[in-house]
Design a protein around this ligand. Structure first.
Ligand SMILES: NC(=O)c1ccc[n+]([C@@H]2O[C@H](COP(=O)([O-])OP(=O)(O)OC[C@H]3O[C@@H](n4cnc5c(N)ncnc54)[C@H](OP(=O)(O)O)[C@@H]3O)[C@@H](O)[C@H]2O)c1
Length: 302
């Protein structure tokens, strides 16, 4: 099968397509013929070597965490899916070594979920990592219905899902975005939108979900409120009795199934900014690194 692999740490030019043996699903695993994967900031960290201390897999390495596709084979003991099912999945590539920029991916059936209804299978690859990250970070915050949540990077991949999930939970959502993204944040459901020119007032939010690498946004949280960041390189500093935590995405097929149902109900919308081929993963990295992508950058496998 064709797979895009990283041969050594370095620039996007290190990502090239090679032929690899098609994986064989082990017990409890499914083999998925990929429709698409996606690129995420973590892929840039892995490719550049920035995350090398957390990666213990040999080169050549297949990158990619998100997956959408069709089950073509089930390993022993799989009852969750059958051949022909359309699925989405998140594979924690950095920890497991199982990347998704390939024509076929074998992974544990518990990591996968039915693909969202009413959505093109390629675009469904935009859900897993960003959706799970947003949902798990909100779970850490555990905001009461009616409380006020500030989301930074609110039109980003994770931030956009966080805004929509929070609105669905009955929260009042404040968004911090670039000046050009005010309307996009409103379209996602944010009740009030702030920018560098129109800053968040001090202490207006009960909670903060920080996705933009803007730790100073904790200033917008009231005394004794709470903050969760998903950006480990720039954690907010605990002050004024504010509870500050980090959240790191975890594989979870059941949670992903719930998020997929929310997509089917149009509670969550999938935003695609571009679709690249397996040969163009390096180009997708360049585009992601440049910033300004409004929606996921996907990698179609076919
Ligand atoms: N902990 C985890 O498990 C986990 C999981 C997923 C992601 N992450 C991290 O979370 C971050 C967000 O990921 P993502 O995939 O959502 O990235 P993304 O789609 O690029 O979203 C980040 C958003 O923040 C915006 N932003 C950056 N600086 C800003 C500022 N000063 N003011 C307002 N908005 C600003 C960006 O705008 P521009 O594009 O214009 O810069 C973008 O819209 C990344 O650092 C990623 O590494 C962590």
């Amino acid at each position: 099968m064709r797979a895009n692999v990283l041969h050594r740490y370095g620039g996007p030019e290190q990502l090239t397509v090679v032929e690899l043996p098609r994986p064989v699903p082990g017990p409890g695993q499914i083999l998925v013929r990929a429709a698409a994967s996606a690129v995420n900031p973590v892929d840039i960290e892995v490719r550049s070597g920035q995350a090398a201390s957390r990666v213990s897999h040999p080169f050549p390495m297949v990158l990619g965490w998100d997956l959408s596709g069709t089950v073509v084979e089930c390993g022993d003991g799989v009852t969750r899916f059958a051949v022909g099912d359309q699925v989405v999945a998140m594979s924690a590539q950095m920890a497991t070594g199982v990347g998704t920029h390939a024509e076929y991916v074998a992974l544990d059936a518990t990591l996968a979920a039915p693909a969202p209804r009413g959505v093109d299978l390629v675009h469904a690859a935009g859900l897993p990592l960003a959706g799970l990250t947003a949902d798990q970070a909100l779970e850490v915050l555990a905001p009461a219905p009616g409380s006020t949540l500030l989301v930074t990077g609110a039109v980003g991949a994770v931030g956009g899902f966080a805004v929509q999930l929070a609105v669905d939970r009955g929260l009042k959502v404040l968004a911090l975005v670039r000046p050009t993204d005010v309307e996009a944040a409103r379209a996602l459901g944010a009740h009030e939108v702030f920018t560098a020119e129109h800053p968040v007032p001090h202490g207006v939010a009960d909670h903060l979900l920080e996705t933009a690498g803007q730790p100073a946004a904790v200033d917008g949280v009231r005394d004794g409120g709470s903050a969760v960041s998903i950006v480990p390189t720039a954690p907010p500093v605990a002050e004024r009795g504010i509870d500050v935590r980090m959240s790191f995405v975890e594989q979870d097929g059941d949670r992903l199934a719930r998020l997929g149902r929310l997509v089917g109900e149009s509670v969550l919308t999938l935003r695609t900014a571009g679709v690249f081929s397996l040969d163009e993963v390096g180009e997708a990295h360049r585009r992601l690194a440049a910033g300004g992508s409004r929606g996921k950058l996907l990698v179609a496998a076919e």
